[in-house]
Design a binder for this molecule. Structure first.
Ligand code: NAP
Length: 337
């Protein structure tokens, strides 16, 4: 079966997803696209030589009998309505993060999906599909190191043009919030504290950077995430897990050690797209395969909801200066399988 996909939002990442489905992945075809900017959608179709219908309305794309499954990669505030429409139409939907821009919106999606009685939603947390994170999880799951006690993580970008306010917490660290909970087998967060160290002089005016986010889980695991989105030197994702009988760290991306002019050096990536290129491919291939089989295995609507509640608590903690509770209802049985 070839899954016929409709894509809503042909901006930067929507275009990348259309290209990867059309040129690198198997088992799917992009048959419909929509963007508020019709000319942009048209240009994408022409540039990639697609045989795809251009819809003026995302809801019409979702309703189309030519479309089996939907990708939502439009601007964040539009996600919730499109995902709800896809659920109402009974179609699998892959939604780029955020699932919705409020925790309440995510909760509505969770409730709609449970009412539909079938898992239809996958959220675009691609780190779970990254080879390095999967290797790290394998080591933790082996049990050889005992239980995890402390996680020391860093999320560093060379620069963050367009970042404002609390975006480091709500837009960028959401990937850590998802992948760390996944590494810890859904050990939910119970509290958040956000420390605002001395500000780098190299960030945009008024932007607090770096942040240190401290999370505690139900099992008492202590997590520290340094978010530094103007670190200048490169795109650098770090994660070290301290366990009872050893430590395990996220492997570095492969690079050639160079000895030259009395120096030993290795390249550091500068772009998140290069770091997670393969993860995006794996993420979409697995989603296509699961969709063709009538299944859904990736990050769920519930995971999207947990991340939204967590980032809300982090924003609150940053502004209150206090340790704020993260209050989550029990994970419904629907999301445990
Ligand atoms: P972008 O370049 O601004 O693309 C968003 C596109 O959606 C734009 O073409 C925009 O049109 C269009 N759009 C806005 N409202 C729409 C509507 N009502 N119906 C249809 N299309 C609409 O942004 P992006 O970087 O591709 O990001 C898109 C989403 O992906 C965001 O939610 C972002 O957080 C997420 N993302 C995820 C990752 C990841 O690591 N997983 C990485 C990057 C982005 P206009 O430009 O005309 O407004």
């Amino acid at each position: 079966m070839v899954v016929r996909i409709g894509v809503i939002g042909t901006g930067a990442i929507g275009r990348e997803h259309i290209r990867r489905i059309s040129e690198r992945l198997k088992g799917a075809r992009v048959v419909a696209v929509n963007d508020v900017d019709r000319q942009q959608a048209q240009a994408v179709v022409e540039t990639l030589g697609l045989e795809a219908r251009i819809h003026d309305d995302g809801n019409a794309l979702i309703a189309s009998s030519e479309v089996d499954a939907v990708i939502v990669s439009s601007w964040g505030p539009t996600h919730e309505a499109f995902v709800l429409a896809a659920i109402a139409a009974g179609k699998p939907v892959f939604c780029e993060k955020p699932l919705a821009v409020t925790a309440q919106g995510c909760r509505q999606i969770v409730d709609a999906e449970m009412a539909a009685g079938r898992k239809l939603v996958q959220v675009g947390f691609m780190r779970r599909f990254d080879f390095a994170y999967r290797q790290l999880k394998q080591v933790l799951d082996s049990g050889d190191l005992g239980e995890a006690l402390i996680l020391n993580c860093a999320h560093r970008n060379p620069e963050a043009p367009g970042f404002s306010g609390d975006m480091a917490l709500t837009d960028s660290c959401v990937h850590e919030f998802d992948v760390l909970r996944w590494l810890l087998d859904n050990d939910d967060y119970v509290s958040a504290q956000v420390i605002t160290p001395r500000r780098t002089r190299l960030s945009e005016a008024e932007l607090q950077d770096p942040h240190v986010i401290l999370l505690r889980t139900r099992n008492g695991v202590h997590i520290s995430i340094e978010s530094f989105v103007n670190c200048r030197y490169g795109y650098d994702i770090q994660c070290q897990v301290v366990c009872e009988m050893g430590t395990a760290s996220l492997p570095e991306p492969a690079s050639v050690p160079v000895r030259h002019e009395a120096r030993l050096s290795r390249e550091v990536l500068t772009n998140w797209k290069d770091r997670f290129l393969t993860a995006f491919d794996v993420e979409f291939q697995e989603w296509i395969d699961a969709t063709a089989a009538g299944e859904m295995h990736g990050p769920s609507a519930w995971d999207g909801y947990v991340v939204a509640v967590t980032s809300d608590a982090c924003v609150k903690a940053k502004h209150s200066g206090r340790i704020e509770p993260i209050e989550l209802p029990e994970r419904p049985a629907f999301y445990r399988s």
